[in-house]
Design a protein around this ligand. Structure first.
Ligand SMILES: Cc1ncc(COP(=O)(O)O)c(C=O)c1O
Length: 387
């Protein structure tokens, strides 16, 4: 699993540590230094080479951006100050007032609000479609349509979208295909290999992996990333060097963290499938999952995220959460601590109960992000909370 399928050159685990690193000379530090300075000395008589933190070109930013591009198989990438900043700037670089965006209806709650509230107010219309019915993208396309946005695997239901028919449409119609790949991380999925033009991550999650950095990533062609950089600079979405340094540190263990999270999630999914108190388990690694065939074809790992629906609904979920001792009740995902959250109070809190139910998130749905704790300890905690 550490060498991703179809890759040439160094494996992903090697790139997370050495990708785009400067050649080392005797006496150099093994860990790249943190350069916290916001500004840098400037050459006289020219504006060339001006370095400033907000321009995304300071030493900690440049190395990390090249490394992340290598991981995604993209020409270039940009690190922004949050996943939302990444999504906003990525799309603002593609869309103008009057343009139309086709988006999967299964997207993170913050992205949903960005599209339907902020973009709508800017004159950018967004149509939500069912990505599991690929013809629906073509049916809802207009002459103003510029891009298609999907999130896969989907937060929090872990459904896996087959990009191949969608990228066939975007390529033939000249649209940009933008994929939020936060749940997968490049260890499990690299959308560009499946026809995407732009990849977005909330680096707050797996890429950093330690619950202590807020950041986002956009990857794509160099020409496109130059456009995103203009948005980042002008909308002030650039992270601080310390966040970048921490992100670079967290990234070095990405492959082992994700492989372990994948294995733990699979084991918890199997345990949960055998429990009568759990009505439904949402995990694409299970042969019974509706997207198992697609997931097996396009993913290198089924992920560290799973959803549980307790038979007793919302009340049973609350009782279960109150009894947990080790698994931590907190929002966010993709870090070393195993977390559980209720999307109705976190990522999808702004939707009504009926709206959530329509996209597969009934009240009482629990989202688990597996961390790095011992599996037996985690299973024991889940078991005692269920009793
Ligand atoms: C799939 C997905 N995309 C984007 C975001 C936004 O990321 P951030 O919180 O880093 O702004 C999140 C946050 O939970 C997410 O789950």
């Amino acid at each position: 699993m550490s060498r991703a399928k179809n890759r040439k050159g160094p494996a992903l685990a090697t790139l997370t540590i050495h990708g785009a690193r400067d050649a080392h000379r005797p006496g150099d530090p093994v860990v790249e230094p943190l350069v916290q300075s916001v500004n840098h000395l400037q050459a006289l008589g020219t504006g060339d080479g001006l370095k400033y933190t907000r321009y995304g070109n300071t030493p900690n930013a440049e190395r990390l951006q090249k490394r992340l591009a290598l991981l995604e198989g993209a020409e270039a990438s940009l690190v922004l100050s949050s996943g939302m900043g990444a999504t906003a700037c990525a799309l603002l670089a593609l869309l103008r007032p009057g343009d139309h965006l086709l988006s999967s209806q299964y997207i993170y709650g913050g992205t949903h609000r960005l599209f339907l509230e902020e973009f709508a107010a800017m004159g950018i219309e967004v149509t939500l479609v069912d990505p599991f019915e690929p013809r629906s993208f073509r049916k809802r396309m207009r002459k103003e349509t510029r891009a298609v946005f999907v999130e896969s695997p989907v937060n929090p239901t872990c459904r896996v979208i087959d990009l191949r028919p969608i990228s066939y449409l975007t390529k033939t119609e000249g649209l940009a295909l933008v994929v939020d790949s936060t749940f997968a991380s490049p260890v499990n999925f690299r959308p560009i290999e499946h026809g995407a033009d732009v990849v977005i991550h909330s680096a707050t999650k797996y890429l950093n992996g330690h619950h202590d950095v807020l950041a986002g990533v956009v990857a794509g062609t160099q020409a496109y990333i130059d456009e995103v950089l203009q948005k980042e600079m002008l909308w002030g979405q650039t992270p601080d060097p310390f966040a970048l340094w921490l992100l670079e540190r967290g990234l070095k263990t990405l492959a082992v963290r994700v492989e372990r999270a994948n294995a733990t999630a699979m084991a918890i999914a199997e345990w949960a499938s055998a429990r009568k108190e759990i009505k439904r388990v949402h995990y694409p690694g299970l042969a019974t999952h509706e997207d198992h065939a697609v997931a097996s074809e396009i993913l290198d790992g089924f992920g560290g995220m799973l959803g549980l629906e307790l038979a007793g609904g919302g009340k049973a979920a609350e009782r279960f959460l109150r009894r947990l001792r080790l698994v931590t009740h907190a929002p966010s995902l993709g870090g070393v601590d195993t977390l559980v959250s209720e999307p109705r109070y976190t990522s999808h809190a702004k939707m009504t109960s009926a709206e959530r139910a329509r996209i597969g998130i009934p009240d009482g749905f629990l989202r688990i992000s597996t961390g790095l704790e011992d599996l037996d300890d985690l299973l024991a905690d889940l078991e005692q909370a269920l009793k």
